[in-house]
Design a protein around this ligand. Structure first.
Ligand SMILES: [Zn+2]
Length: 500
């Protein structure tokens, strides 16, 4: 049985939305039992069985959630070679060659983080072969939407010889095998460490979209490594199996002392590509589209296929999470939601037609967005989408239309750090830079509200974060607020009443 907990003397951060200082911002005590908040009031009397945490006047927020992670790949981060600094294909290949001799690097060597659109020459298998030889080497692009394998890795994963990188659907099938091989090498400890690190940043839960049948893999993994609340998912390849098993969104797949910890989430569909790979599906063609197989980007699932999947999900009690980055893909995804009455979320929504903002609101879908991407994608947007940069990451428009925003990192694409996302949404740029399209910036209240679930009130989950500073940053400029938010000290993270 979960111990009862009394958190004393905390100041509640008011996320009600008007931005004014919390009314009656005096200190309160918060009682938690069986994983839920049972009372919030000044000076509650401790009961004999309660563990007491003295907040000493610190600020209390509901627990933070990351609404889009690939937890397996994030947990593998340290065992992968970081090639994000490479400014050319030979430079990336040389980093991999240097890593081959490292102690502890086993049979398969995986690098991650390359961003080739700005390179003078595209990556080739030949260039990687010359640098790395007979050991299987896989490089994963920074946006995860393409993969660069040497000949040994192509053979190991059963692929025909080729000249260049793998893209989109063909690549995702291989990526699932690569991740499974890496996880088998790393063992469960990496999962536990990744969850502990997230909890230190105030994260109490994640929505995991790892490329795997999560509904099948997670129960056993949770028993071995569980710490955070995890909402898992299923991809179309395993949808039939999920349906046959009878699992529905919201089902509890694992608990801890009667507290639901692992739940079933959505059918995840990657409907288009990504900006960096120039495969996000757009209404207008990419400028300088020569060399691109599809000038408008790639629609992995057309409207018919998407509609069929969403109808199937809805009929079997599953919500849907549809990845759509380009404006044409967003429109197609909304068409499919509208046609089927499916519920769930639009993932990314990086570039949107203005009219789709209100349609998203009307359909009642969650916009699951990743503000930290606007830091990484700022330069490449001005290079690849110069004519549409003003329609990217339209957070303020979405909020004004009444869309529910949920922030995520898409880790490992960006670090699993909600404070980086919150700061990026508030300042829309590095704190030392001028903001990008500041009309679309959110207030700290809005950004925090998009990062939590629920409230600190009786009946709500007993998930709290205690902070040394006021995260609302009253009277700060956006740059000052972003600086404070990025450095926010998390003093304690409490999950279901238990300190993580
Ligand atoms: Zn993702």
């Amino acid at each position: 049985m979960t111990p009862a907990t009394l958190i004393r003397r905390v100041r509640l951060v008011d996320l009600s939305g008007d931005g004014s200082p919390a009314t009656g911002s005096g200190e309160v005590d918060v009682a938690i039992a069986r994983g839920r908040i049972t009372a919030v009031a000044p000076r509650l009397q401790p009961a004999g069985d309660q563990a007491v945490i003295d907040g000493e006047g610190r600020w209390a927020l509901p627990g933070l959630w990351d609404a889009h992670v690939h937890l397996g790949q994030w947990s593998l981060g340290r065992s992968r070679v970081d090639v994000s600094s490479a400014d050319s294909a030979p430079a990336a290949a040389a980093l991999m060659a240097a890593a081959l001799g490292r102690p502890g690097v086993s049979d398969l060597v995986v690098g991650a983080g390359y961003r080739s659109p700005t390179w003078p020459e595209p990556p080739t298998v030949d260039a990687l072969d010359r640098a790395t030889g007979q050991r299987p080497v896989v490089l994963i692009s920074g946006d995860c939407h393409n993969g660069w394998l040497n000949s040994a890795a192509l053979a190991r994963f059963g692929l025909a010889p080729r000249a260049g990188v793998l893209l989109e659907a063909e690549w995702f099938a291989v990526l699932a095998d690569v991740v499974a091989a890496e996880l088998a090498q790393a063992g469960p400890r990496s999962y536990a460490a990744a969850q502990q690190e997230a909890a230190r940043r105030g994260v109490v839960g994640v929505i995991d979209y790892e490329f795997e049948p999560g509904f099948r893999r997670w129960p056993e993994r949770y028993a071995a490594t569980g710490l955070l609340r995890v909402q898992t998912s299923v991809y179309p390849d395993d949808l039939d199996e999920a349906i046959a098993s009878g699992v529905r969104s919201g089902d509890v797949l694992a608990g801890r002392d009667g507290v639901p910890m692992l739940t079933m989430g959505s059918l995840k569909i990657i409907s288009d590509g990504s900006l960096n790979t120039r495969t996000a599906r757009c209404v207008e063609p990419y400028p300088n589209a020569d060399g691109l197989a599809e000038a408008h980007g790639v629609q992995n699932y057309d409207l018919d296929a998407l509609t069929q999947l969403l109808a199937q999900a809805r009929a079997h009690g599953l919500t849907a999470a549809v990845h759509a980055i380009g404006d044409a893909a967003v429109s197609t995804a909304l068409d499919a939601f509208e046609a089927t009455g499916a519920t769930g979320s639009l993932e990314h929504a990086q570039l949107m037609a203005t009219a789709d903002v209100s349609r998203l609101a009307r359909l009642g879908l969650t916009a699951s967005v990743q503000p930290a991407h606007l830091l990484d994608d700022r330069a490449v947007t001005h290079q690849l989408w110069p004519d549409r940069a003003d329609r990217c990451f339209p957070f303020a428009s979405l909020a004004a239309a009444g869309v529910r925003l949920a922030f995520g990192s898409d880790a490992p694409v960006a670090p699993l750090d909600p404070w980086l996302a919150i700061a990026a949404a508030v300042h829309r740029g590095d704190p030392d830079d001028a903001p990008w399209n500041p009309a679309q910036a959110l207030s700290p209240v809005q950004a925090l509200a998009a990062s939590v679930r629920g409230r600190i009130a009786p009946g709500e989950p007993g998930d709290l974060v205690l902070l040394d500073d006021d995260p609302l940053c009253p009277d700060f400029s956006s740059a000052e607020a972003a600086r404070r938010l990025r450095r926010m000290d998390v003093w304690a993270t409490v999950i279901g009443g238990v300190p993580a």
